[in-house]
Ligand binder design. Structure first.
Ligand code: DPP
Ligand code: ZN
Length: 863
């Protein structure tokens, strides 16, 4: 298979100025006419051919400067044009006609049909499935797009930018002309056509300009768009205030689509969203859904500057826009929480996700730096590393430079690079230059994979009243990177003392080993370090249980307070211990503390995920970890049964439903209490859960009650599941929850293993292999989010995985390749799991016709 390498980047030989597209939409045969003004590019040499890429297209004709042109070669992926006028030295016009078949396109890349409407997805390399083009992000052109379609079936015609004109055409057709004033790379092109309706708002931005905002959905979903619109308006105002960035278009549109590979896409002025990240009403969406919608709307909107105005030179630089934009959406969401403790809750959630998903990736066969050096298929690199670790790297600039220093860096970045396609180095230099800070060593975060380890040793000398810590960094080898250079690691720390006289400091660990000495420390302090998770590292620090309990009950950094509790629980679970009296008392005090945020309590009493526990082991027995973790949880549930019952009452939110962070936090804690009560004694508490299920006026409470019944194997679960399906039959996103919940049920004594039910769900009439949301809710959930059911000694879960990857791959390679990642960490597992996983991987690898996407994942796993 072909590999692409970062260091082989060459600027384009030709570049494009004005692009005109005329697209006659027909599901069976869409005709695309392009007219492109071509100019010499940075790597131009006289006489060089113009090499365009195209994929799965039917070529019809080529003209140059208005004349038919015969000097070209056509291969499955390239249109190579020779004998250009004046050897290509001056501007010339290329006109191409080609055809594609949207209704047959199940990959959901390029132009496709979803529920009778047309949509496109072009990032990263989908535009080549629409027409022959220089489909690379460093070619930025102005687009003018004419869309034609039958008016009765496709009354709405949308593309990027501003609407110039609409027209009735003969035979029931109509057309619309759109013009995007901003030059853009082809991956930001989009079009939409179909039966859609919108809600709209007009707002005034900081310069006093009026802007039109629209959210387009299928008519029956109109009443579910308010939250997305509010989120969009909040995002626009936040970006003005925090970064001085204003919306640059007269009109900004969001369109929802039910078949979509990703969460959403930031096409210029016309964002396309998975319905999951647009549609919400309290009756159908949970608090988590509301929060996700807010953050995805913000993320895509923020891309308008970080991604679109300044874009990536090449796809190796993906984290330039994604890491930065995730950081921006995380900061936005934290601010939306409305309080300091809310900000901390958001930070804890983000770190939990990073450690559950990104740490395993960074230790596995697909480990790559946030700016990879090599890929076979770029769509495999839209990873938690590029996104979430990328965001942590951006956060470290802010930690090192301060909020104002970071803002200066951002300002300089836009001043230097607005309208350009640039690299991660350009971003780093803007940060460095704006602050006069040497960030040379900081670069290693971009070039090296793997989670660094920092070993910490402390020493207190009572006679000298001196406290010392020594930090030693290391990083295990990653694929292609046996030896690592030293990282520049910012660690926020504070000494917790009885006199409370120590302030927070920032340590910059840049050498292999460094020692810091603190004088005039009257008694042995308790160290709070890597506060707010200032660096994305593993910390090896054998802190005593007594110190961890002190931090868990009183650290003023809420992240580290939470972290101390996680560490205590993790150590005990891995040693097959149950929580001791001291820890139970600490849990009790925390739960009953009236000053603490309920959302924080919920997180503090939620145990580390199994996937994070695996990463602490050298040989994983998933059944043992599941059993130990579950026993630990049951003990907390039983020992604190009175407290859980009291909290269940105290956390009720009477009155009309509010989706704000305060009420959402109360619901989270109330529903944890319900789950704990079911854990303690399912039979006794199930009727209360059934009651909550029945009377709930919102999806958070209804779903939590149902999930509690299902997960704890309550008898009542079956009836409630049927009721849930009946109630929401017509709401695809809610039916996804119904599928997903059943696929996520862990093993329960006396019940059939979940796999049997998952196989039945796959045969259910509402299951659709070509709808990514449905596939994810059934198959990915089982293979990636239900470890104790998936990892069985007989390998049955792995066989199911292999069958599913092979069935999915011909339909949708991107979704299949994502599923293929579920066995990434196979080498970490004990016998017999490891061998059975390997056989399943080999069975998939033996399949000759695998897509390049899935092939890359499987072959890297086995290499
Ligand atoms: N749609 C993806 C995102 O916004 C890729 N750009 O992150
Ligand atoms: Zn993004």
């Amino acid at each position: 298979p072909q590999s692409f390498r970062r260091l082989e980047y060459r600027p384009p030989v030709y570049t494009f100025d004005q692009v005109e597209l005329d697209i006659a939409l027909d599901p069976a045969r869409t005709i695309i006419k392009s007219r492109i003004e071509v100019l010499p590019g940075k790597s131009f040499e006289a006489g060089a051919p113009l090499v365009l890429v195209g994929h799965e297209l039917e070529f019809v004709s080529l003209r140059i400067n208005g004349e038919a042109h015969r000097h070209f070669e056509l291969t499955p992926d390239f249109l190579t044009i020779h004998s250009l006028p004046k050897e290509g030295k001056e501007k010339f016009i290329v006109e191409i006609i080609c055809v594609c078949v949207p209704e047959k396109n199940t990959s959901l890349m390029g132009l496709y049909v979803s529920n009778g409407n047309f949509f496109t997805q072009c990032e990263s390399e989908g535009f080549r499935k629409i027409t022959y083009f220089l489909d690379r992000p460093d070619v930025m052109a102005r687009y003018r797009v004419t869309l034609r379609a039958r008016e009765a079936e496709y009354p709405v015609l949308l593309s990027n930018g501003n609407l110039l004109k609409t027209e009735k055409l003969p035979n029931g057709w109509h057309s619309a002309i759109w013009e995007d004033p901003f030059p853009k790379p082809s991956y930001l092109f989009t079009l939409v056509a179909g039966k859609l309706e919108c809600i709209e708002e007009t707002i005034t931005t900081s310069s006093g300009a009026k802007k039109l905002l629209q959210i387009w959905v299928e008519p029956h979903d109109l009443q579910k768009t308010r939250h997305a619109m509010d989120s969009l308006i909040a995002s626009i105002h936040w970006d003005e205030k925090r970064f001085g960035l204003e919306l640059d278009l007269e009109r900004f549109m969001i369109v929802a689509v039910g078949d979509f590979n990703m969460g959403a896409m930031e096409n210029k002025g016309l964002n396309i969203f998975n319905t999951k990240f647009v549609l919400a009403q309290p009756e159908t969406a949970t608090d988590a859904d509301f929060a996700n919608i807010e953050s995805v709307v913000a993320h895509e909107y923020f891309h308008n500057w970080t991604g679109n105005r300044v874009t990536c030179q090449d796809w190796f630089q993906l984290s330039l826009k994604e890491g930065l934009t995730v950081f921006r959406d995380q900061e936005f969401s934290a601010d939306q929480m409305g309080s300091e403790s809310g900000r901390a809750v958001k930070r804890i959630e983000d770190v939990r996700l990073l450690r559950q998903l990104q740490f395993p990736e960074d230790a596995g066969p697909m480990a790559h730096p946030i700016r990879p050096d090599e890929y076979q298929e770029i769509s495999n690199f839209y990873t938690v590393t590029v996104y979430e670790k990328g965001s942590e790297v951006v956060r470290m600039y802010q930690t090192l430079l301060g909020i104002e220093g970071f803002r200066k860096g951002m300002d300089l970045y836009f001043k230097r690079h607005d309208g350009q396609a640039v690299t991660c180095d350009d971003f780093l230099m803007a940060m460095a230059d704006a602050n006069g800070k040497d960030l040379t060593q900081f670069r290693n975060w971009y070039s090296q994979a793997g989670t660094p380890r920092v070993k910490l040793e402390e020493h207190y000398d009572a006679t000298k009243k001196q406290y010392q810590i020594t930090l030693t960094q290391s990083c295990a080898p990653s694929p292609g990177q046996p030896d690592k250079k030293l990282f520049h690691i910012p660690l926020k720390m504070r000494l917790i003392t009885n006199s409370d006289d120590q302030v927070e400091q920032l340590l910059e660990l840049t050498q292999a080993s460094q020692t810091w000495t603190f004088d005039n420390i009257d008694e042995r302090p308790v160290l709070s370090i890597n506060r707010n998770f200032s660096a994305p590292i593993h910390l090896d620090f054998e802190q005593s249980e007594a110190d961890l309990l002190t931090l868990f009950s009183s650290d003023d950094d809420p992240f580290n307070r939470w972290e101390a509790g996680q560490k205590l629980a993790m150590q005990m679970i891995l040693n097959h211990r149950l929580p001791d009296k001291q820890l139970i008392d600490a849990y009790r005090n925390l739960l009953m503390d009236p000053k603490l945020d309920p959302a924080f309590k919920d997180l503090a009493l939620t145990l580390p995920a199994e996937s994070y526990l695996y990463e602490q082991c050298t040989s994983v027995d998933p059944q043992k970890i599941f059993t130990a973790r579950r026993a630990f949880r049951r003990e907390i549930a039983k020992q604190l049964q009175l407290e859980w019952a009291a909290l269940y009452q105290q956390m009720q939110t009477p009155g009309p439903f509010k989706s704000d962070a305060v009420d959402a936090g109360k619901r989270a804690l109330k529903n944890l209490a319900l789950s704990m009560l079911l854990e303690a004694n399912t039979a006794v508490w199930a009727p209360m859960a059934v009651n909550q299920y029945r009377i709930a006026d919102n999806m958070t409470d209804r779903y939590a009650a149902l999930a509690g019944l299902v997960i704890h194997g309550a008898r009542e679960a079956t009836d409630c599941l049927s009721d849930f399906y009946e109630r929401f039959t017509n709401d695809a996103l809610v039916i996804d929850k119904w599928f997903g919940l059943q696929s996520s049920r862990p093993p329960v004594d006396g019940l059939e293993p979940t796999l049997g039910n998952v196989k039945k769900l796959r045969e259910h009439p509402a299951f659709k292999m070509n709808n990514p949301n449905r596939v994810r809710s059934v198959i990915h959930t089982f293979c990636s989010n239900n470890p104790a059911s998936f990892h069985q000694t007989d390998g049955s879960g792995y066989e199911f995985w292999a069958d599913s990857v092979l069935a999915l791959d011909p339909i949708n390679p991107q979704v299949a390749a994502r599923l293929a990642r579920a066995l990434d960490r196979w080498r970490l597992f004990a016998a017999p799991y490891q061998d059975r996983m390997k056989s399943a991987l080999e069975r998939v690898a033996a399949y000759q016709t695998l897509s390049p996407d899935t092939r890359e994942v499987i072959s890297k796993a086995l290499s």
